[in-house]
Design a protein around this ligand. Structure first.
Ligand SMILES: *Cc1c(COP(=O)(O)O)cnc(C)c1O
Length: 238
């Protein structure tokens, strides 16, 4: 397997090319490195290659890595940690205390808890609503018609800052279907902006489909395998 540094460089170049091909401005798509199941030395390797934003799926696994990495990286240029996996209500306090972003909001009750539990000394927690853009093919995320009501509610919470939407469409090699799913997300995002919500983030696109996502307006791609290689067996619970 190529070194993580080389993989990161290759992904950055592909992001730049896809961004330019879509006629979008350079730097308008952020790269989130998804490090779930990968050990701290691999994350450190990516950090040494300049990567600063990392995504994790499981709260406890992430916190162990945060602690290990804080010792290696120091605190002057901290890692930005994103929770991208499902969040259960018994983990909201840890999530509110330790993460910078949560991408997987789909219930108002969880949002209220995160807002109440976000420590006063930290900036507001940056949040995205996870949308099910594949209908029955996917179980995670909120059905699109239910998103505007949750978005309005979340936007009122004092310790959260609603930044936009996240989705994980069903995997498919059919690029026109990928584009169709991502386009529906962009349209929903625009609709919410049209209602006056100050959203700026569309978290769509993974290793196998990020170019289609960028073509449809992604502002943040979440990439694991193409940076770190195949994952170890995934744990089942957050
Ligand atoms: C695992 C995961 C990713 C990364 O997937 P790859 O196909 O390895 O790039 C992105 N987003 C979420 C929510 C994930 O769970």
């Amino acid at each position: 397997m190529a070194a993580i540094r080389d993989n990161l460089q290759a992904i950055r170049e592909r992001i730049e090319r896809a961004t330019a091909a879509a006629g979008r401005s350079a730097g308008s798509v952020r790269l989130l490195a998804v490090s779930k199941t990968h050990a701290p030395p691999k994350i450190l390797e990516a950090w040494q290659a300049g990567q600063r934003a990392f995504g994790e799926n499981y709260v406890q696994e992430a916190i162990a890595k945060m602690d290990a990495l804080a010792r290696s990286t120091g605190t002057s240029d901290p890692i930005e940690w994103h929770l991208i996996g499902p969040l259960q209500s018994n983990k909201t306090r840890l999530a509110a205390e330790r993460f910078d972003w949560v991408h997987s909001l789909e219930r108002e009750k969880i949002a209220r808890r995160l807002s109440e539990q976000r420590p006063a000394g930290l900036p507001p927690l940056q949040v995205l609503i996870q949308v099910n853009c594949s209908g029955e093919a996917s179980k995670s995320g909120l059905a699109p018609p239910d998103v505007p009501a949750l978005a309005r509610g979340v936007a009122q919470l004092p310790r959260l800052r609603l930044r936009g939407l996240m989705a994980i469409p069903e995997p498919t090699p059919d690029t026109s279907l990928q584009r169709k799913r991502f386009r529906s997300m962009r349209e929903l995002h625009e609709r919410l902006r049209g209602e006056g919500l100050a959203l700026d983030t569309l978290s769509i696109g993974m290793s196998e489909d990020f170019e289609a996502a960028i073509a449809e307006g992604s502002t943040m791609v979440r990439i694991g395998t193409a940076i770190f290689g195949a994952r170890e067996v995934e744990k089942s619970a957050a």
